[in-house]
Design a binder for this molecule. Structure first.
Ligand code: FAD
Length: 226
């Protein structure tokens, strides 16, 4: 019932969601997060702070990971919830960036009430729910990142060096060939991941490849072009 209610407007972009994971003391080590969720009957009461939440200032809903048990090893005491970002006790404070833009936020929770029906996954299973979310995110970011390879081919085809076109230079050709192989590998790795996903499989660590390899390749191509 909840999937029917929340997923179609999420997929169509009618409702915007944000990801409330990072905290001032829980960035790379997100399992060290301190935001607490305490159970009171059929409800959870949330207190704490998140940071770097992209789009929280215009989001309708948020996916929130919180500590539900401080007495077990840190990865095991986490639970995932979702909440209406207009809930009483949620305060969103945009962070002003050096370039003048405001894309990220601090989000404060003071006695925010979330019904137990808005828990995603079992109590204590928040770490595994967050990994599934992040793997999907890595796949979608990696799959849509431009590689820069077609643009570099075009650039080298038109660039005149002292002894002819750059595309005819063996050193340039060798670089182009190695980027083309990587770009092709990325394309087929993302096709494989999408086809696994369409069969209901959970995205695995292979989804980090796209983001990692294309990010480094874009930097390499831009440096070489300059
Ligand atoms: C564009 C962008 C959008 C984001 N959007 C969101 C969002 O929507 N929701 C959300 O929850 N978060 C978001 N984040 C936050 C992001 O997930 C965190 O920035 C990230 O987890 C790193 O945390 P941190 O910034 O606190 O850095 P830190 O964890 O403080 O790390 C600082 C530096 O120390 C290094 N470091 C950390 N730990 C170790 C270690 N053990 N050994 C060696 N080196 C280490 C890191 O590599 C890094 O270079 C976003 C970040 C960016 C850049």
């Amino acid at each position: 019932e909840q999937k029917r209610k929340y997923l179609p407007p999420l997929a169509s972009g009618e409702k915007i969601w944000c990801q409330l994971f990072s905290e001032p003391a829980g960035g790379s080590d997100v399992a060290g997060l301190r935001t607490r969720a305490e159970k009171h009957g059929d409800e959870w009461v949330i207190n704490g702070q998140k940071i770097w939440t992209s789009g929280a200032h215009y989001s309708d809903y948020g996916l929130l990971i919180a500590r539900t048990d401080p007495n077990v090893p840190k990865h095991k005491g986490l639970t995932m919830f979702f909440l209406d970002m207009k809930s009483p006790g949620v305060e969103v404070r945009p962070i002003k960036q050096a370039n003048g833009m405001q894309e990220f936020n601090e989000v404060y929770f003071t006695d925010v009430v979330i019904p137990d029906s808005q828990r995603l996954g079992a109590v204590g299973e928040g770490w595994s729910v967050s990994l599934t979310t992040l793997m999907n995110e890595r796949m979608s970011i990696g799959a849509r990142l431009a590689t820069g390879v077609p643009e570099m081919f075009e650039f080298c085809s038109n660039l005149m060096l002292e002894d002819g076109l750059a595309i005819d230079d063996p050193a340039v050709r060798s670089k182009l060939a190695s980027w083309a192989v990587k770009a092709s590998g990325l394309k087929y790795t993302s096709y494989r991941a999408i086809s696994a996903l369409s069969k209901g499989e959970r995205p695995g660590p292979e989804n980090s490849i796209g983001k990692l390899v294309s990010g480094l390749m874009l930097q390499d191509i831009a440096t070489y072009a300059m």
